[in-house]
Design a protein around this ligand. Sequence first.
Ligand code: CO
Length: 292
Amino acid sequence: MDREKILKAGKITSEVRKYAKSIIKKDVALLEIAEKMEKKIEELGAKSAFPVTLSIDNISAHYTPSHDDQTLASGLLKVDFGAHIDGQIADTAFSIDLENNEENKKLIEASKKALENSLKIVKENVSTNEIGYVISKTIKSYGFSPVMNLSGHSITKYQLHAGITIPNTNEGKNIRLKQGLYAIEPFATTGSGKIREGKPSGIYELKDMKNIRNPISREILGFIEEEYNTLPFCSRWLVKKFGTKALFGLKQLENNGNLHHFSQLVEVQGSKVSQAEHTILISEDEVIVTSE
Ligand code: CO
């Protein structure tokens, strides 16, 4: 583990959060916001650990603008983004109300407070269900529900989801956290607390380097391995590099089993969802919130 790079990636996400808050306004194109944030991550000396996701209202996660996206910012917007330096990742998210809506504000406050409270108890050997309990209790105290089937996660080099999950309720698989890097991400909703898979997101992850015949697809596969390794990427990035023929290549690579294609995640009842997230580094004698 490279502590210096982990901390630097965290600092960069912190800068990008400030920048994002300065450019996000109602009716600004999501495409413009995502591209500007991703450019900022690079200017500050890192790469995007995954595409900037900008999920509105009942879309809980995994909405990244396509290369020709027309959607404008509105509603309760969740901004989830990450930076990495040589595979050392920081993953963070915040929510913003673009409607001056009281319920949105309260929902945002609930997930933010749940994150703050969980950070107060997190240390080596804390159990994941204890964290989930604090998150759930905090969100319920606002009269909302935690989203049960979305959770925080352990992070390792080039692995955004490295195996351990940190639930948003106390009903997950109970594990004691060892030293290492983790993301905690409470989601609060006015609905029942469940999400389902929605439309394809245009976000992919490399799964298998098995051979593919088509030369365009093979070239794209090589580029993906070289450029993103095992981190998520999106069709928009590949259209930028290869033009719209990348879309054909991605389809082929998906069908051939080379890529996993993520779905958008939507609240089952169509209810609004808020999110807050930070990355933490647990070491022997301290816990650092790297993305703060
Ligand atoms: Co995360």
